[in-house]
Ligand binder design. Structure first.
Ligand code: ADP
Ligand code: MG
Length: 479
């Protein structure tokens, strides 16, 4: 039964019980301050439906505040009980009873009235009415709670409907399991692909096996699980993931990533082709200079054999340059492989700096290297890391004018290479690690690209900060 019909029928029974001619109930939140008309029968039907009582205002308001019921024997003589149209009501006696909740707070007022000619209410009537009022409040509170629950259930149902619609609109399969592994929610895609029954006695496909394994792992240890499943026959690939829920259980998802992976491969291929194109142009450009030198030197030897000593040395130098170029290009073209072993950073810095000290000195650049006392042993490829340090220190020396300085510092697994050189602007910084980006007439633009590849292969990081005219700092971190 709804709250309204319950109130109407209770009021009707109460009025009959007291052989009264009318009654009304006003209800509101605990302590009001306003209680509005909730039900009315008999003579009180003439009350306007928007009628309300204010706590502490008028007889009913005072009854609500004090929590004490009252009998009024001549309501018409009482200004508070008169009607708005000032017509006298056919009432001889009235009872005004407070409705108090279990904490004794006023939640409304019950009025019962008798017609002219009927006997007045007695104190026993009032006592009975107060008992009835307590029952009424209890029932009203329960009904309100039931209504609240009903609203909550309806709200939950609606939000569940919305959630289901959202889940169904997702192309991938989604299954929500409880801590025991039982399916508590799923979308249409999950049902369509039979991901709901993963019991081991079923003949499971690789995909379903992988989903089952992910579910078992995530329930055993609440950490995100993911696995890539490839079906060689169909040439299709899926990503299976399991994410633990804070409330226990997990969300399992299966997404097909065949197309995504194909696009990634295509993108990498296009990038590689562009790099090969750039590399071919760079090789042609780089090889041409030393070759021109070699050809001129050979011509000079033919014309002036007495200068052969000098020019053959030139040929040798140019050939060495070509050799160096070949090394750079091969490094770039080969996939990066690292062979790690236990090693420390500082000895590698020392060996590179000793090698480059003379070139720094020739340019009147102060080259310093230092380390904090604690030297952790890292799992690195010493040859490759030496190459990284070499490329960075050589760039720093090349960028620094006479009188400047280049400093290398090693602190734990971190190495800082800073120079007081020309620095770089935003545009240069944004292209810094791209292959073939160089601002030098004899540069290949492969040094930093190789640095990044080697650092990535070590799962390390390389960051750079630079200011034009101030200098540049590279920071390498290995763990
Ligand atoms: P290359 O040395 O052959 O030019 P790199 O990849 O080693 O190729 O460097 C690319 C470019 O980055 C350089 O040409 C230079 O413009 C810039 N660069 C690198 N290191 C520094 C530095 N320490 N200070 C200023 N510019 C630098
Ligand atoms: Mg370089």
């Amino acid at each position: 039964m709804g709250l309204q019909s319950y109130l109407d029928s209770s009021l009707e029974k109460t009025v009959d019980w007291f052989r009264a001619s009318g009654g009304s109930i006003f209800l509101g939140p605990p302590q009001g301050p306003f209680f509005t008309l909730a039900a009315r029968v008999g003579v009180q039907k003439s009350l306007p439906s928007i009628a309300e009582i204010k706590l502490d205002d008028g007889i009913a308001g005072v009854v609500a505040r004090t929590g004490k019921g009252r009998i009024i024997d001549d309501p018409n003589s009482h200004p508070d009980l008169r009607q708005d149209d000032h017509r006298p009501r056919p009432i001889s006696s009235a009872m005004v009873v407070p409705l108090l909740d279990q904490q004794g707070r006023p939640v409304g007022v019950l009025n019962i009235s008798r017609s002219v000619g009927e006997p007045s209410f007695t104190p026993q009537d009032l006592a009975q009415a107060e008992t009835l009022a307590a029952q009424l409040v209890l029932a009203v509170t329960n009904a309100q709670m039931v209504n609240g629950l009903r609203d909550m259930i309806e709200e939950t149902r609606l939000s569940n409907e919305k959630l289901t619609a959202v889940l169904d609109s997702v192309a991938g399969a989604i299954v929500v399991i409880d801590p025991q592994g039982q399916v508590v929610n799923h979308n249409q895609a999950a049902a369509a692909h039979s991901f709901l029954d993963l019991s081991p006695d079923h003949d499971l496909t690789d995909l379903r096996k992988s989903l089952q394994a992910c579910a078992e792992l995530v329930l055993a240890r609440p950490e995100r699980q993911a696995s890539r499943v490839h079906d060689g026959q169909l040439d299709r690939t899926w990503l299976v993931e399991a994410t633990p829920l804070a409330s226990g259980g997990a969300v399992l998802t299966v997404q097909e990533i065949t197309e995504h992976e194909r696009q990634q491969r295509e993108l990498a291929r296009v990038k590689r082709l562009a790099e090969i194109g750039q590399m071919t142009a760079a090789i042609a450009h780089e090889v041409r200079n030393p070759l021109t030198g070699i050809r001129s030197a050979a011509q000079m030897i033919r014309q002036s054999p007495e200068l052969s000593e000098e020019f053959s040395q030139m040929i040798e130098e140019e050939a060495l340059k070509l050799n160096g170029l070949c090394d750079d290009f091969l490094d770039f073209a080969k996939p990066m492989r690292v062979t790690c072993q236990a090693a420390q950073l500082f000895p590698l810095v020392e060996s590179v700096c000793r090698l480059l000290a003379s070139s720094a000195e020739e340019n009147s650049i102060t080259l310093t290297w230092e380390s904090s006392c604690e030297q952790p042993t890292l799992n690195i490829d010493p040859g490759r890391i030496e190459q990284v340090i070499h490329n960075l220190v050589r760039n720093a020396i090349q960028a620094t004018p006479q009188g400047g300085h280049v400093a290398i510092k090693v602190e734990g697994g971190q190495m800082t290479i800073s120079d007081s050189g020309k620095g770089m602007n935003e545009e240069e910084l944004s292209r810094l690690f791209s292959p073939f980006f160089t601002t030098k007439s004899d540069g290949t633009g492969l040094g930093l690209c190789t640095v990044r590849k080697i650092v990535d292969a070590h799962h390390g990081t390389v960051t750079v900060t630079s200011q034009v005219g101030q200098g540049t700092t590279f920071v390498l971190t290995f763990s």
